[in-house]
Design a protein around this ligand. Structure first.
Ligand code: URA
Length: 290
């Protein structure tokens, strides 16, 4: 057996799951972290007992499989850890800043100066959007991953390549569509964004949608769908139907459709059939619309 090859495979597996950053200087063996090692561990920084899962893994859960551990909710009575809690004032500031933007350039500039969301501190680049801002169709995903963070463009990694192919299947590309995310900064290590981070970034994507004013809004994955539709159901329930997305700066509601996230489809190819049905519905709606 080649131990190096096995180690390499293990590392690649971890990277695909989103564990692509070293958080501590020294590895912690959590299998041995119980009784005998409590004393020596006390000297080291502790990892949270329930480290937030990588987004790709969590996406799989959100897209249908049972979730093993409940995620903290903003309405919980327990004191939330830093990053989970946000104040009315912070939300008000984000809303005022975003909603006053008069153009996409103005909005991008406002987001660049915005210091209210701590994700900005750990991100390499802001990922604002890509494509044609005059397009009649807009795709909104969850948050940048490592490749997007490095290049400052949404959906350029492996799942982005699949999204490009899904779009191409219905005659779309980045000249005929606009693409963005709920969050403009990558959550470190691809962890799930917290409810507070989502709330603080929401006014910016809402304003972006108003400025693009598409005829059709495609919500890529459970987080984008739940957040922008204001629904609690997961993607399994939200896909397969049309919604009206309304917001004060839009002259009329926009037709919205949730689709499976390409990262999920890469791990669950059997679901591509349902994704294809949704794409066909979008194509039909486009041809009636354009
Ligand atoms: N996943 C997303 O949701 N957005 C990106 O930009 C990349 C991966």
């Amino acid at each position: 057996m080649n131990a190096n090859a096995d180690l390499k495979k293990l590392l690649l597996w971890q990277m695909e799951a989103g564990a692509d950053e070293a958080i501590l200087d020294h590895p912690v063996n959590h299998y041995h972290a119980q009784a005998g090692q409590r004393q020596s561990q006390a000297k080291q920084p502790q990892l949270p007992k329930n480290p937030t899962k990588s987004r790709d893994m969590a996406r799989g859960m959100d897209e249908g499989a049972p979730a093993p551990a409940p995620r903290p909710s903003p309405s919980s009575n327990a004191t939330p850890p830093p990053g989970l809690h946000t104040t009315d004032e912070a939300l008000h500031d984000a809303r005022s800043l975003a909603h006053a933007a008069e153009s996409m350039d103005d909005l991008a500039e406002r987001l660049r100066t915005y210091e209210g969301c701590s994700l900005k501190k750990t991100a390499t680049n802001m990922v604002f959007g890509d494509g044609n801002i005059e397009a009649p169709i807009m795709f909104v995903g969850e948050a940048p991953g490592a490749d997007e963070d490095r290049l400052g463009r949404p959906f350029v990694g492996v799942s982005g390549q699949l999204l490009d192919r899904m779009m191409a299947a219905i005659g779309l590309d980045r000249d005929s569509a606009y693409i963005s995310n709920i969050l403009p900064w990558r959550p470190p290590g691809n962890r799930n964004p917290t409810p507070a981070e989502i709330s603080l970034c929401l006014p910016f994507i809402e304003r972006q949608i108003e400025l693009v004013a598409p005829h059709i809004l495609v919500l890529v994955g459970g987080t984008a769908a739940k957040t922008l539709l204001g629904r609690k159901e997961g993607i399994m329930k939200l896909r397969g139907q049309w919604f009206d997305y309304a917001s004060p700066g839009l002259s009329c509601p926009v037709k919205a459709r949730a689709i499976f996230h390409p990262a999920y489809l890469l791990r669950s190819p059997a679901q591509k059939q349902k994704a294809w049905q949704d794409l066909l519905e979008i194509k039909i709606k486009m041809s009636g619309d354009l």
